[in-house]
Write a protein that binds this ligand. Structure first.
Ligand code: PMP
Length: 360
């Protein structure tokens, strides 16, 4: 192996995604997918795009996905967003990769919580970015005061993952105003499950040119299989992202993904119905788990983060697996006694509770 390659191999610790099992009879509660199908308009729009002979597939898609950017801008019209404030990519993972490369500085450490989305340190390794992790407090909350020190950029999910804890918008605003020379990235993969009245940070973008908000259609729009994510921010930030994208892959989204995403964004009624169903199931599941003795971290996401004071988390995860239910357990300091469990359908929640009652 050449020196260069062996160096890259040593430096990179790849992200390990949650398991995607081949067996369909499993109750799959490990990777925070939506348990409900996407809007029925998605299938109709994709069939329309394909037509009878799939001839449209001969042609490259729109490299700028203008139709999708306009649909996203329209969805957030109240926040004075225009298509020029929108960047789209192949899942928010790819959007985040471009964010790390284009917007986070390489001369001072980037800050993110010690317990957070495990892709962030992977991107830092990939792009040779120095980072410092900031400890969450003992209740797993982010303290905005910890982010008021010199840095090369700040990123965290809100709600955070895998804890599910939400940081109020005023605290985010404090971080953004306290760091006028850094880009602050809020990864809102799960924000649509927070609660009816929790606003996205997208409403702050028109006031703060250093704020970038990233969202995904994987969770609240049930389109994880199509891989569509987006970022919203000042046009200068979007332009920097476009430059990196165009040097890497000028066609990040295919025709079907663009068409399906537009259809999903236009169906607000379906979006509201499914996210409300997930939020209601979360509250019911938490109440049932508390009756079984679990401690549940307050969750604003489509998953919960729980521990049982008398039962080892790894053992519980293994026992659930024996009963064909998969949940996520992280062998990491501070959280190795916790399980992260995706909110499933009502039937899946019933199966989960029945299995836990049997195990405990
Ligand atoms: N951010 C966070 C916090 C996530 O948990 C995930 C899902 N693993 C993503 C981003 C990426 O989601 P996607 O690439 O499906 O848009």
């Amino acid at each position: 192996m050449s020196r260069y390659w062996s160096d890259v191999t040593r430096r990179l610790t790849p992200y390990v995604p949650g398991e995607q099992p081949k067996l369909s009879r499993l109750v799959k509660l490990n990777t925070n997918e939506n348990p409900y199908p996407p809007s029925p308009n998605v299938l109709a729009a994709m069939q329309g795009e394909l037509g009878d002979d799939a001839a449209s597939l001969r042609l490259y898609p729109d490299p700028n996905a203008d139709r999708l950017k306009s649909a996203i801008a329209h969805f957030f019209a109240d926040a004075s967003i225009g298509a020029a404030n929108v960047f789209v990519g192949n899942g928010s993972d790819e959007v985040l990769a471009h964010v790390f490369q284009a917007l986070l500085k390489h001369d001072k450490p980037v800050l993110f919580p010690d317990i957070t989305y495990s892709f962030y340190p992977v991107y830092c390794g990939l792009y040779d970015i120095d980072f410092e992790t900031v400890p969450l407090d003992e209740d797993f909350a982010i303290d905005s005061a910890d982010y008021l020190r010199p840095n090369g950029g700040i990123i965290f999910p809100n709600p955070n993952a895998p804890t599910g804890r939400l940081l109020p918008l005023q605290a985010i605003e404090r971080i953004v105003t306290g760091n006028p020379d850094s880009v602050v990235v809020i990864d809102e993969a799960y924000i649509d499950f927070a609660a009816e009245d929790v606003p996205t940070a997208i409403g702050l973008v028109s006031r703060y040119p250093n704020l970038l908000v990233v969202q995904t259609l994987s969770k609240s729009r049930s389109l994880a299989g199509l891989r569509v994510g987006f970022a919203i921010g000042h046009r200068d930030l979007i332009e920097a992202l476009d430059r990196v994208k165009n040097s890497f892959n000028s066609y990040p989204l295919d025709r079907l993904a663009i068409t399906a995403s537009v259809a999903a964004l236009l169906d607000r009624a379906h979006f509201d119905t499914t996210r409300r169903a997930v939020m209601r199931s979360r509250e019911e599941l938490v109440a049932d788990l508390q009756r079984l003795g679990f401690d549940c971290v307050p969750s604003a996401a489509n998953f919960i983060f729980i521990r049982h004071p008398q039962h080892d988390a790894a053992t519980l995860a293994a026992a659930l697996r024996e009963r064909a239910i998969i949940v996520r357990h992280f062998r990491l300091p501070r959280i190795d006694q916790y399980l992260r469990i995706t909110i499933g359908t009502d039937a899946q929640c019933v199966d989960l509770l029945a299995a836990l009652r049997e195990i405990l």
